[in-house]
Write a protein that binds this ligand. Structure first.
Ligand SMILES: *Cc1c(COP(=O)(O)O)cnc(C)c1O
Length: 373
């Protein structure tokens, strides 16, 4: 049996290798490594996939979030509501821009920000909500959009883990990342659409925001050597764009493979009392960036599986509101109990597009064995 990995990218690459090599050879011959035609093509195809007006590719998902917030023209001290149960980038960019992260606890079953707690966190300084579609499952965007409209707040979706996921808003099935004002994507290699290095993208349906985002990515310039605003240097290079464009055609198949694996896990592990399965969406598509269970015996389960050659990961061991740079007036240990509890109990099992039946059977058997003891 091939050794089990959390994410195994080699067999996925084998299927597209010749196509990628041809595309890379063409770019190398052309010399258009930056802002070449491959970037424009990928942006167009991604916009079409997302069913969104505009896509601007950038350097990575963290940049995407930072540039999105820069485009909103927020003022230092403005407050941004988000979740403490996420990758650090979500909160980091808020702090980096002199804004104030206000963490709101999550729902125990979806792992996503709890909309019923958002309104209590809104103050006259609140300007924006950043929902994170964690592990590939959409947040309750209907409730979030209703609150945002009522209080006139921007919504920037951290869609780094959920490209291709959907949910129903105002009676229409929408792709995550296209519901709020701006969506942010990461193409970090292990993400559901992964590059051979760093990459990211920002999408919006607003012409005005699109112009500002494009400008900010390009040193604040529309015309070379003439500057309108302070920007950054953040771009996707042509080689990454060409690869991502090839993979994009297979993304829905990749999502199907993840879903099949999640279904098999659900079926096999659903009977174990101490295991809570990841909650599905009633209306919409979960894309299973991670397959994350909770268990009160999380640490010993992880150790046991590790001995059996089964890697697992804890995303995330400590919520952001108790981490050194983020403790503050709004948050301290004990103030967001659901997130704190989840950090003790979550465990992500191996999840990727190329898991074979022997590997899956081994993982399932060993999880069941652990709870038999
Ligand atoms: C991966 C990730 C990011 C950051 O993406 P990078 O491309 O690594 O900068 C941001 N938010 C979430 C939720 C992520 O999972």
């Amino acid at each position: 049996m091939r050794p089990i990995q959390m994410v195994d990218l080699q067999p996925q690459y084998a299927r597209i290798k010749s196509e990628v090599e041809t595309a890379f050879a063409d770019i190398i011959k052309s010399g258009a490594f930056i802002n070449g035609p491959a970037v424009k093509t990928f942006q167009q195809n991604l916009a079409q996939y997302l069913q969104c007006q505009h896509v601007v590719a950038c350097g990575n998902g963290t940049d995407a979030l930072q540039i999105a917030l820069m485009a909103l023209n927020l003022q230092p001290g403005d407050e941004v509501i988000t979740t403490p149960f996420t990758f650090v980038a979500t909160a980091e960019v808020i702090k980096l821009l002199g804004l104030v992260p206000v963490f709101v606890d999550v729902e125990a079953d979806s792992f996503n920000i709890d909309p019923s707690l958002i309104e209590a966190a809104i103050t006259p300084k609140t300007r924006c909500i950043i929902p994170v579609h964690l592990f590939g499952r959409a947040c309750n965007m209907q409730a979030i959009m209703d609150i945002a409209r009522k209080h006139n707040l921007f919504v920037v979706e951290d869609n780094a883990q959920a490209i291709g996921a959907t949910c129903i808003v105002d009676g229409v099935e929408r792709k995550t990342g296209t519901i709020g004002d701006i969506g942010c994507l990461s193409f970090y290699p292990s993400k559901n659409l992964g590059a051979f290095g760093d990459g990211g993208a920002i999408n919006t349906n607003s012409d005005e925001l699109h112009q500002r985002i494009y400008r900010i990515c390009n040193h604040g310039s529309d015309k070379r050597y003439y500057y309108e605003t302070i920007g950054v240097n953040s771009r996707l290079d042509s080689l990454q764009a060409a690869l991502l464009d090839i993979k994009l055609k297979h993304l829905d198949d990749y999502i199907d493979a993840r879903t099949k694996l999640a279904n098999a896990y659900d079926l096999a592990l659903g009977q174990i009392d101490d295991v809570k399965l990841p909650k599905r969406l009633e209306n919409g598509k979960h894309v299973f960036h991670q397959y994350t269970i909770t268990s009160s015996q999380r640490d010993s389960l992880q150790q046991f599986l590790n001995v059996q050659g089964i890697p697992t990961m804890v995303y995330y061991p400590v919520p952001l509101h108790v981490q050194k740079p983020y403790v503050g007036v709004h948050h301290k240990q004990g103030s967001l109990p659901v997130s704190e509890q989840l950090c003790q109990e979550v465990l992500s099992l191996p999840m990727h597009t190329e898991m074979d039946n022997d590997q899956l059977a081994h993982i399932i058997k060993q999880v069941i064995n652990f709870y038999k003891k």
